[in-house]
Design a protein around this ligand. Structure first.
Ligand code: GCW
Length: 870
């Protein structure tokens, strides 16, 4: 296996030669060629270095940094964390300036970057008078001029602050910000800033889309944990101080004695970066692992078992941060087995952690997934509040209730969970999902920071006179709680680029930045990430920021607008479209769309009463149709399709329009991205292009599926005449078929016209042909086919006897074993000259259980070429 250093290395891409050649023609001298080579941004990058690339600074930024940064980094603090900080400073500045700073243990006579705690500075440089009341983990960056020398001081109360301050300094240099007069104090907004990994001990990851686990393989910690160390560095750069390393759907085995050394190895890999390990535990462990006949939290044997087990764990990992516990939820056992409360359950575990200063994050995600759909008063959204509000004040002080941002489950849009405003005497933390389970699973670019901020900034009106935004409540500031914070369900795995999609890395970055400072704007975070990750070319930055910042609205537009939630297959892979999958089952992600209207009536007056769980000023806004925001209308109210939104548009027309807008926006992203060719390294350029093109095809699948479903349900036409009319589309089922047979697709909206064709022939192939009858000209062909994951079928497209294109259907998609919207994929064949009477024939050769399915062919006027109008 390659070392982590090689992994991140930037190597000249194949296309570099092309650029080099072009430049070289105009330049004769070798040096000029070298300059040209660098300036053309031709390095291939894997994405492994994420936002810690430390790319060479250019132009004025470089000149300024060279003059501002001294030649020495003096590490007065001897802790391992300060050593990491010192090494990182040297590494980063070497990357950006091409200069290696001298590492010194003491203050030199010349200027230096100084890494020292406040106490150390007070001792060695009392005349600098650097006194400050810094919070734990906070840092202070300060320029000090003394004795004719100029210092950049990174100071803090503790080594962790030194580490975070060092990363902050490097970030500022990378962003081209001046350090000439730097004087910046920064404190973390909350003490708990964690990520949760939903990694299973076998190496798979629940809802993970960036490859397999970096932690586990075959029920053990991986032999090579270098990726864990590199991940720890990424987390430290954001100020994240804890990481749970196994799935909250916890395998009880994690607490067995033989796992302790495994956990200790992972903790060792993280430790230099100040990331403390957290373990997800199973509440039934006293019985399954401990051999007791009970796991009743009030039983003394059970309490003793937790204590002994926790003590043993701390003997090997003394800085373990604590546990996370999912109980009585989605089939996990919990206190209800013995008629006990969540407080009983949390406290028995928390009391075992307390002597070690460990904390327990007890998940608020508790609901009944066998609810009766026929009862209009039932409502999963109520569950968190109903379960935990009555227990306020009953939890020990080292327990935090970990509350998902919304009351359902990371849907494309939800209101803030009312539980945030309801706990006054209990610690809480907000849980955000970085991995895009309901957001296109990192095959779609969706920048989640604006979504999270909508919740974090939302005022819960928990106190009469002061604003009480969710961020302040979660951090424990509003009710002066001892603990509070942020938990993000992370999106990383063994993929070279960590998250499976280069642009999805921004979500991990954004989460970390918000956990440190939720007051940062989405624009600021996106801007930082883009510059750190793709460089400082303004054209690149503008294009990427524009995509990222609009991407949530875009995704919402083509999936589930108006508070309908993500209209996906909620009993399946949470990816493809299935409008009715949420209905008539106990899971409770209901939208109650039928032939007359859509939406859940959650009002106190006539509905489930959920709106009444908010404090009165908030409840009033949601309760009334007149004031409920359009974006959440169908989350709170059931209305007819002809109901008019505040904008004056009917609900049904909004559903149609938003889907067309959303799909068009992704097509636009593709064009925006193409404008960056040559400005972004070739490797990432191509990867992102392919991802966005795929997303554009998927957005169209979503658009057509959802609009068709609502058209069929409502019998109301699209005022713009688009839904149900696809003038350039030729359905496979209407073509001349040879071997292919027509199939009804389930659900019907997953294929155009509700039908597709499949090739049952094993070993042979099938074909579908049509005659072109349009005007002669240049066209793009779009073949909508089905890329199932249970085989690699092969496709060929012929124009008469000329082979136009062929490909294997081998994309890595979520599990798709049928003809449906998950497997539905678009192949673009651009720039084809067609004449009336031409025959286009699509040939499919099935493989395994993949039936080489076809949905339709679209023939559209060529979009991109300057000769298109000829
Ligand atoms: O959203 C659901 C996910 C589950 C997850 C659960 C939870 C880890 O579909 O995969 O389980 O939430 O948050 O506990």
């Amino acid at each position: 296996m390659k070392t982590s250093h090689n992994r991140g290395a930037r190597t000249p891409a194949r296309s570099a030669e092309t650029h080099l050649g072009a430049c070289g023609l105009q330049q004769t001298m070798k040096l000029a060629i070298l300059f040209c080579f660098l300036a053309a941004s031709v390095y291939a990058e894997t994405g492994y270095d994420a936002w810690l690339r430390y790319a060479p600074l250019q132009g004025a930024d470089r000149i300024r940094a060279e003059s501002e940064i001294p030649a020495v980094v003096a590490g007065l603090d001897t802790s391992p964390l300060a050593a990491s900080a010192q090494n990182e400073l040297i590494r980063g500045l070497r990357g950006m300036l091409g200069r290696t700073l001298r590492a010194e243990p003491n203050l030199p006579g010349e200027g230096a970057v100084v890494l020292a705690t406040l106490d150390e500075l007070r001792r060695s440089k009392p005349q600098w008078n650097l006194a400050a009341d810094l919070a734990p983990e906070a840092y202070w960056l300060k320029r000090v001029v003394s004795g004719g020398a100029s210092y950049i001081v990174i100071t803090a109360r503790d080594p962790r602050g030194l580490l975070y301050g060092s990363f902050a300094l490097l970030r500022q240099v990378s962003l081209g910000e001046s350090l000439a007069a730097v004087d910046e104090k920064s404190s973390p907004y909350a003490p708990v800033r964690w990520v949760n990994e939903w990694d299973n001990l076998d190496g798979s990851i629940e809802r993970g889309y960036g490859g397999r686990s970096i932690f586990w393989e075959n029920q053990k910690a991986r032999e090579d944990l270098s990726r864990v160390a590199d991940y720890g560095r990424m987390l430290a750069s954001l100020g994240i101080n804890g990481c749970s390393i196994n799935n909250v759907n916890a395998n009880p085995r994690i607490l067995s004695a033989d796992m302790i050394p495994q956990i200790a190895r992972i903790a060792d890999a993280f430790r230099p970066w100040g990331v403390r390990v957290v373990i997800a535990v199973d509440f039934g462990s006293p019985k399954t692992i401990g051999g007791l006949d009970t796991f009743d939290p009030l039983d003394e044997k059970v309490a003793a078992w937790w204590k002994t087990t926790v003590d043993a764990m701390y003997a090997a990992v003394p800085d373990l941060a604590g546990f996370v516990l999912k109980a009585d939820s989605e089939g996990r056992v919990g206190p209800s087995a013995y008629g006990r409360t969540h407080a009983d359950a949390a406290n028995v575990v928390a009391r075992a952690l307390l002597p070690h200063a460990g904390i327990l994050l007890y998940r608020g995600f508790v609901y009944d997934h066998h609810m009766d759909w026929n009862n209009p008063k039932n409502d999963r959204a109520r569950a968190a509040w109903d379960n935990f509000q009555p227990l306020d004040g009953k939890f020990d002080d080292n327990v935090l209730i970990q509350i998902k941002n919304g009351p359902i489950d990371f849907q494309v849009r939800e209101p803030a969970s009312p539980l945030f405003g309801a706990l006054e005497k209990t610690n809480q933390a907000i849980e955000l999902q970085i991995t895009q389970e309901y957001f296109g699973q990192s095959r779609h670019t969706v920048f989640l920071v604006p979504n999270w901020k909508a919740t974090l900034d939302f005022d819960m009106h928990a106190l009469p006179d002061v604003p009480t935004p969710v961020k302040a409540l979660a951090a424990g500031r509003t009710f002066h709680r001892p603990l509070g914070g942020f938990v993000g369900v992370a999106n990383i795995g063994l993929d070279e680029n960590w998250s499976g999609n280069q642009l999805s890395q921004a979500n991990l970055y954004g989460y970390g930045r918000l956990a440190w400072n939720p007051d940062l704007s989405s624009q600021r975070i996106s801007g930082e990430w883009t510059r750190l990750t793709f460089g400082t070319d303004p054209k690149v930055d503008q294009a990427i920021d524009a995509i990222q910042l609009s991407s949530w609205r875009t995704y919402e537009d083509y999936t589930g607008p108006l508070g309908l939630q993500t209209l996906t297959d909620i009993v399946g892979n949470h990816y493809g479209v299935n409008v009715e999958a949420s209905e008539r089952n106990g899971w409770g992600q209901w939208h109650r769309a039928d032939e007359k209207g859509a939406g859940m009536d959650r009002t106190a007056a006539t509905g489930t009463g959920y709106a009444g769980q908010y404090r009165p000023p908030v409840a009033r806004v949601y309760e009334s149709l007149a004031t409920c925001p359009d974006d959440l209308l169908l989350f709170f109210h059931h209305v007819p399709y002809t109901y008019r939104l505040h904008s004056g548009k009917t609900v049904i027309q909004y559903i149609y329009d938003s889907h067309y807008q959303g799909a068009a926006a992704v097509e636009q992203y593709v064009e925006q991205w193409k404008s960056l060719r040559g400005l972004v390294d070739e490797q990432r350029y191509k990867q992102v292009l392919a991802q966005l093109q795929y997303q554009a095809g998927q957005a169209e699948v979503w658009r057509d599926a959802v609009t068709m479903w609502f058209h069929r349900a409502s019998h109301l036409d699209d005022a713009a005449g688009r839904v149900g009319h696809y003038p350039n589309r030729f359905e496979a089922e209407s073509m001349a078929l040879d071997g292919y047979t027509v199939r009804d697709v389930t659900p019907f909206e997953d294929a155009s016209g509700g039908q597709a064709v499949a090739c049952p022939a094993r070993g042979g192939s099938c074909s579908a042909a049509m005659k072109f009858s349009g005007a002669a000209g240049w066209y793009d062909l779009r073949v909508q086919y089905f890329d199932q994951s249970n085989g690699i079928s092969h496709y060929r497209v012929w124009l008469g006897r000329q082979l136009l294109d062929e490909w294997d259907a081998n994309l890595v998609l979520p599990r798709a074993i049928r003809l449906d919207s998950t497997s539905s994929t678009r192949r673009l064949i651009p720039g084809i000259a067609l004449r009336p009477g031409d025959e286009i024939r699509i040939e499919g050769r099935p493989d395994g259980n993949d039936t080489a399915g076809l949905d339709y062919l679209e023939i559209v006027k060529e979009t991109n070429s300057p000769i298109a109008t000829r």
